[in-house]
Design a protein around this ligand. Sequence first.
Ligand SMILES: *[C@@H]1O[C@H](CO)[C@@H](O)[C@H](O)[C@H]1NC(C)=O
Ligand SMILES: *[C@@H]1O[C@H](CO)[C@@H](O)[C@H](O)[C@H]1NC(C)=O
Length: 387
Amino acid sequence: MKYLHSSFLLLILHLPSSALTPFPYLYEMHHKFSPPHLPLPTKPMNMSTWMSHLPLHTPLNTLSIPGTHDTMAYRANRLPKFTTTQTGTLHQQLHAGVRFIDIRARHYRNTFEMHHGVVYLGTNFTFVVRTLHAFLTGPGSSEVVLMRLKDEQHAQRNTRTFVQTLEWYIDVHEDTVEMLTDLLWFPGDTSRRLPLLGEARGRVVVLRDYDAEGATYELGLPYTDEKRIKIQDHYQLYTYLDVIKKKWDLIINFWREWVSFFNSILDASVPTTNPQDLPLLVNYLSGASLFCVPRNVATNEAWGINNRVQFFLRTAWETAWDAAFPAWREEFVELRGETLGVVVWDFINTRAARLVVSFNFRGVEGWDWSEVGFWTAGERWEFKEWN
Ligand SMILES: *[C@@H]1O[C@H](CO)[C@@H](O)[C@H](O)[C@H]1NC(C)=O
Ligand SMILES: *[C@@H]1O[C@H](CO)[C@@H](O)[C@H](O)[C@H]1NC(C)=O
């Protein structure tokens, strides 16, 4: 099969691009075969600007994107254990390559305060906007950030709705109005498609996880539209065994199901679907329970999810996989160098982010993918909790 569709793609490359309408970017969208937009950098790739090496017409849902669950829950020293989900700050996460963030706002006194459930995270929406603006109008101007914006915890002491307060931040509030004008991506129509990379460079694509009833304009895309976004976010675990068995199976099965689906469409000899109409895949690795705080689930040395997923993805790259790990053979075949979608981590570190990003550059000539997943001395925040 792989052999067959490779020859087909070679054939396509020799057709004039007009033969490929209505999907003129078809032959480039499957990034295994895409020429990079800019020359490849000296290694290792700088994770602040990894999207700068991709073609402008890349549909965002065909990429492998590192993301963080509960992005702002990182002030480790001041938060209870069950609340903390990250070690790196938002700034650090962005520079490590994270391009999907999970921003949870409690609507309180007509403003947005950052919350994880009942716990106030000590910061507000203005801070998030400021950090994104500094990144996307500065070093990260080639990048796109997907932002899930979630209405979290019960609203209190407000005189308006969540969406009205959001529009106040966008149109009125003097601390944010100019920054948000630079930053936000507005869809030009009601197709509810994710933009192409080139349409949203330097911008934030809001994924609306709140009630947008009464909004005066269309902003970003709905997070809960199942046709557009496929999500695995089962986080309620009960025992350690649940982590090993249940959560792990959910993660792997989600990839198996959707990666096959994706590739059956992207590789079909007569493409019937515009790749932009395929869903965005969002696979949450996070989980927790009363006796099993997020840090344990993610980083426990023996059975933590992060080690397993990293090991799994690393091994998926390697050629000796079938001899070494016969039991995982099938999964590896399906995952090799394919679209992972958004991979949403608790306690992400630079190595994990780099590993996910590396899936976008597999097969690009001149790029030695085996180096991509490793820690490098240039990156100063490598968490010691797990490898
Ligand atoms: C956000 O937090 C900053 C710093 O604590 C504060 O000065 C500002 O007033 C807050 N903004 C809003 C809209 O609550
Ligand atoms: C990566 O690129 C950014 C933006 O150009 C730059 O500020 C940063 O120092 C670079 N990082 C490394 C490790 O070279």
